[in-house]
Design a protein around this ligand. Sequence first.
Ligand code: LM2
Ligand code: CA
Length: 454
Amino acid sequence: PSQAATAGPKTVIANLFEWNWTSVASECSAFLGPRGYGYVQVSPPQEHVRGQEWWVAYQPVSYRIESRKGTRAQFQSMVSACHAAGVKVIVDAVVNHMANTDKSGPGWGGSAWTHYDYPGTYQTQDFHHCGRNGNDDIVNYNDRYEVQNCELANLADLDTGATYVRDRLAGYLNDLLSLGVDGFRMDASKHMPAADIAALKARLSRSVYMVQEVIYGAGEPITPQEYTGNGDVHEFRYGKDLARVFRNERLAYLSNFGEGWGYIPSNVANVFVDNHDTQRDVPGTLTYRDNGIYALANAFMLAWPYGSPTVMSSYEFTDRNQGPPSDASGRTNNSTCFTGGWRCEHRWQAIANMVAFRNAVTGTGVVNWYDNGFQHIAFGRGSAGYITINDEDFAVTGRSYRTNMPAGRYCDVIHGEKSGTTCTGPVITVDATGWFRTDVAAHDAVAIHTGARI
Ligand code: LM2
Ligand code: CA
């Protein structure tokens, strides 16, 4: 059954972490487009060091579009397939650095390289050599110069202030734009001055969506706010605080979640419950391993009008370095959802159907907030949608909820798919005064919106 993508701009991003290009192409037409996702974010496409670990992708050795995830031709047809399905493509752009000394050449596609020497691309003078800490590594995050000029995990740090380096990086980004790419997730943005990113942006052949990775750190001199002039910024506090609220505090506290919590302005914030780093490295992060609670947190994110949301899609791992399921020669396997380790959170019913909810409620504010003081909350979005989330250990029964929605019969999209005039799950009836009555099981939710009226 298909949940038709509804009115409103499609702004939700699906992060298909480490998926190969052929699989991304299929997913755009089979699922992301039809369900209303606006963007797919893909892992770094440039040539990288060899190795099984996922993080080889974050060690560029050349700007050939040739990686474990596929060839340039496969990348190109992926972009075309996604566009045909109405899905834009965001590339994870690694521009702060090249490789480190863990691995040695040649790269995935055969390019020769050694530390600080990438023949035809960069030589030693194109890198910062910050002269700190004995090995040029970043140690002190309270020192702006060090964070931006020394080496992140020993990765050769590009002199992004230099004209040659800026031109070369813009050449890479413009090559991607020539292949039809729509946006960039700027990796390690905190490690580059905002002005250096602005200089890259000014060299782009057309305007694109940009989201910068600047991890908020309490008391640090480099802040997410100083990058908002270039475009969106990941608001890392959102997923961290949301996990704490779900695990240890009260959902009732979420009534002013967002700017009220000191975050960057909503219109420049990109948010997520987890990303590829936090799911591995930040204790307490909500991930696919939390199953139903993870789904509830994502449903809340998609229903709540702060920032633009990214839905993570993961493969299972037991070791933080473990790469994606791959064949004997190291090429990433096709992603077959729910088997072979591919968890496909973006397809979970309670998450996927809330994408259409978000599209349907675009431009509306929160109305009719309710909470019980603890783990049961409910709110509407204008006259277009309503959700109630019950994270108590007990069911909430016999309650009625007040919406601003038109009277009618709606499919509960947390548990059902609208198919024509029927719903495969519970049907919710909103009466002439806007009220509806429903039970909500423990650790569950009920959501309705005008795109799923039956
Ligand atoms: C990022 N954002 O700023 C990415 O989101 C993050 O995933 C990247 O780290 C990082 N910056 C660099 O692009 C990953 C991974 C690291 C890995 C690096 C480079 O989290 O563990 O570092 O990619 O491949 C690896 C080893 C690490 C070692 C390092 C240098 O895992 O143990 O540290 O190489 O040898 C000494
Ligand atoms: Ca840097």
